[in-house]
Design a protein around this ligand. Structure first.
Ligand code: NAI
Length: 725
């Protein structure tokens, strides 16, 4: 019999009630209005029929146990509707609390992923059995969306695990655990091998605990590890602000601080008050801009990008079976590993077999590490390695249905290697180049089948970086674009699609970030302040240290090429104030960056960065030359955002979601912004506020901050950057 829409009530003749979460209107269960109403009805009935009930199992009929809060609702919360969210949250907590205190054993049978709201439901149960389903994940990842768990997750995880473990293992990082790792870390009590085993274990718990209750509802319960008043906890407390600082780098991420506050304050009061404290912090975060930015990016935009919004429609999906990777250097070796990990056979070609074998060695090292860490089995690792064939022979590439070229960055060489292999690989093989700077259309000219030729720009290190930038040349066909998209998804990476242009999207935009930081040094700003400004803006790498990593000679080379191209096409070349600094660093001081042993930083014998080069202060810094710290931060953010708008104007970028996700996953644009265009949308005062501020920066620091026409026009019309989906 069904008592409500989102939860099915099934009762057997031994008095065990199974609550099956199964929202008929959605493919996954979420914490929406229907669910809240259903839960309240279920709680009423459990209380009314308490005497006939022996125990309760909570499970789900969907693939995932429960998907969590409904983000479509959450992203719309404003300070005006915050009270409604608070009331809804408290009602949900009330219903969970009534089930938890029924006096009967309640077991969560987690048949699939239980993240966020799903794990909060599990926490309200007395016992948690998780099915060891592949890909299933358990945890409270709210912090990664700028939120905190608002369904009792903070209150209960603290009472279950202790403040320190709850914060460090569950709440502050938002780790998504596999069922086995969830067991090791105390998030669940048992792991089952099959659905039958899971339900049998749930029943066994009910049989053995007829009068179950939560530990925190038993007399004399103490929070494990102590509360802030307890000396043992007090000894640990000083570590938390440091952990927070490390996590946020001083950047505007409000969630970790609120989580810390909710955990510490909630641990010192009774359960009901703790629930209210948690709800207040939750609502404050949900109504704020950062959560909106992060939900937009990491949920909606990422989903749009991965599901193929930028993939041409009507092209049959195709899987690559055998890929040729040309060049077994740093990038080729990483690409070979990524392909082999996804089950693709890889022929890894370099000029000598030794070089190719060395490239395969990279995969071997990654596999050994994964085995040592228990992330994969020896058999799986060996199977992965067996899929990579190192070679120096072109004939070994026969039958390959995709080619990814990663030889030196040299047009003539790239043309040569494509000519060598074109007639050997499958006649309709997809032809990709991993060039990081060479325009794809020009590169295609040296390739026979230009329609099948496309840019596939990976990021280093390939095994860790989730993004691939697909670059469509003027003659690239839709079929090739769709197949490149499918290949990127096949190797489980996130593809963004851009039209051809020098530097594409990512390299061009990150160049503006680097130039801005270097220009500040040239203006006389303390180099340490420049680095600090980047960190506090939320960039994962400080600007001068990143410049050193990439080397100062690379931007010079790119600058010279770009200048030549601009002048050849009749345009006027405008130098950037950073250019003079880079030139002096290289020519006058002989400091070309980390690989040359000296750059903006000094490096020890072992190549490790030791300190900022004191010569910077001597040659560039003007003591007393002060620029407001906010200007330092915003100059970097604005430089990237303004150029992104120009790329939209130029038609290089055609999707807002691609821009946001590309900036976050590819070039380290700060996560709290929700991506480079969402930063503009969410800026104080919206687009008009952004335009006004850009004009101010243009007046103070140069024309490059002048807002592009598209931005001004959108601001005047009251629009924002969206794909209109
Ligand atoms: P690398 O210098 O580490 O490797 C290049 C490899 O190509 C060497 O092993 C070399 O022996 C091999 N090679 C040269 N001629 C060959 C031929 N005729 N046939 C087969 N192999 C040949 O260079 P890296 O860093 O791996 O870069 C490769 C490409 O990827 C370049 O186009 C680069 O611009 C691009 N790229 C590099 C990124 C980076 O972070 N290093 C990021 C994205 C793209």
């Amino acid at each position: 019999m069904t008592v409500s829409t989102a939860i099915r009530w099934e009762q057997d003749d031994t008095g065990v009630v199974t609550l099956v979460l199964d929202d008929p209107d959605q493919s996954a269960n979420t914490m929406n209005e229907a669910f809240r109403a259903s839960l309240a009805t279920v709680a009423d009935r459990l209380e009314a029929e308490r005497d006939t009930i022996r125990g309760v199992i909570v499970t789900s009929a969907k693939k995932t146990f429960f998907a969590g809060g409904d983000l479509r609702d959450l992203i719309r919360v404003t300070p005006e509707t915050a009270q409604e969210l608070f009331d809804g949250g408290m009602a949900l907590k009330g219903a969970l609390r009534r089930i938890e205190t029924l006096g009967k054993p309640v077991v969560a049978a987690l048949n699939g992923a239980a993240l966020g709201g799903g794990y909060e439901i599990a926490l309200a149960c007395h016992h948690r059995v998780a099915l060891d389903a592949p890909g299933s994940r358990i945890g409270l990842p709210e912090v990664t969306l700028g939120l905190l768990p608002g369904g009792g997750g903070v209150v209960r995880s603290v009472r279950l695990l202790g403040i320190a473990d709850a914060l460090l293992k569950v709440l502050l990082q938002g780790t998504r655990y596999s069922p086995r790792r969830a067991l090791d870390n105390g998030l669940v009590d048992e792991v089952a091998d099959s659905p039958e085993d899971m339900l049998a274990r749930a029943r066994a718990f009910i049989d053995a605990h007829p009068e179950s209750a939560q530990p925190w509802d038993r007399p004399g319960h103490r929070i494990p590890g102590g509360t802030p008043a307890h000396p043992k906890f007090a000894a640990n407390l000083p570590a938390f602000p440091a952990t927070l600082r490390k996590q946020t780098n001083g950047a505007p991420y409000p969630a970790p601080r609120r989580i810390l506050a909710a955990a510490v304050e909630g641990a010192q009061v009774d359960f009901a008050t703790a629930q209210e404290i948690e709800a207040r912090y939750f609502v404050e975060l949900a109504a704020g801009q950062t959560a909106k930015n992060m939900i937009q990016a990491f949920f909606f935009d990422l989903q749009a990008v991965n599901s193929g919004a930028s993939r041409p429609q009507g092209v049959e999906p195709r899987q690559v079976r055998r890929a040729a990777v040309l060049g077994a250097g740093m990038m080729g070796a990483g690409i070979a590993y990524a392909c082999a990990r996804a089950g693709i056979d890889v022929v890894l070609k370099d000029v000598t077999e030794e070089a190719a074998t060395r490239g395969k060695g990279y995969s071997r090292a990654l596999c050994d590490k994964a085995v040592a860490k228990g992330r994969t089995s020896r058999e799986e690792a060996d199977a992965l390695l067996a899929r990579i064939t190192p070679t120096a022979e072109v004939s070994d590439l026969a039958g390959c249905d995709a080619v990814i070229e990663a030889v030196f960055e040299d047009t003539a060489l790239k043309h040569k290697v494509f000519q060598e292999i074109e007639d050997v690989v499958a006649p309709d093989a997809l032809l990709c180049s991993n060039t990081s700077t060479l325009p794809i259309t020009a590169l295609a000219e040296g390739v026979g089948r230009q329609g099948d030729f496309i840019g596939l720009h990976f990021f280093s290190p390939v095994d860790k970086m989730p993004l691939v930038e697909i670059i469509k040349g003027e003659r690239t066909g839709d079929e090739a674009l769709a197949r490149a998209f499918d290949l990127v998804r096949q190797i489980r990476k996130t593809p963004i699609v851009v039209n051809d242009s020098r530097g594409f999207f990512t390299s061009r935009v990150i160049g503006h970030f680097l130039n801005e930081g270097v220009a500040m040094v040239g203006e006389g700003v303390e180099p340490a302040s420049v680095e600090q400004a980047a960190a506090q803006a939320g960039y994962p790498a400080k600007v001068l240290s990143l410049m050193d990593e990439l080397t100062l000679t690379l931007p010079r080379k790119i600058r010279a090429e770009t200048r030549r191209a601009v002048e050849e096409s009749g345009g006027t070349w405008t130098p950037h104030p950073a250019d003079a600094v880079v030139d002096r660093m290289v020519d006058e001081f002989g400091r070309p960056g980390r690989s040359g042993g000296a750059g903006f930083y000094e490096y020890g014998e072992d190549g490790r960065r030791t300190r900022l080069w004191p010569g910077l202060r001597e040659h560039f810094t003007r003591p007393g030359h002060e620029i407001p710290f906010r200007d330092l931060q915003e100059r970097m953010l604005f430089a990237e955002a303004l150029d992104t708008v120009r790329l939209l104007e130029e038609g290089v970028l055609t999707s807002v979601a691609d821009a946001n996700i590309g900036s976050l996953l590819g070039i380290g644009f700060p996560g709290w912004t929700g991506g480079v265009l969402q930063y503009v949308n969410g800026y104080e005062g919206g687009l008009p506020g952004f335009v006004a501020r850009a004009r101010e920066l243009a007046e103070r620091y140069g024309e490059r901050f002048t807002p592009p026409a598209l931005l001004v026009e959108k601001a005047e019309k009251g629009e924002t950057f969206t794909d209109g989906r």
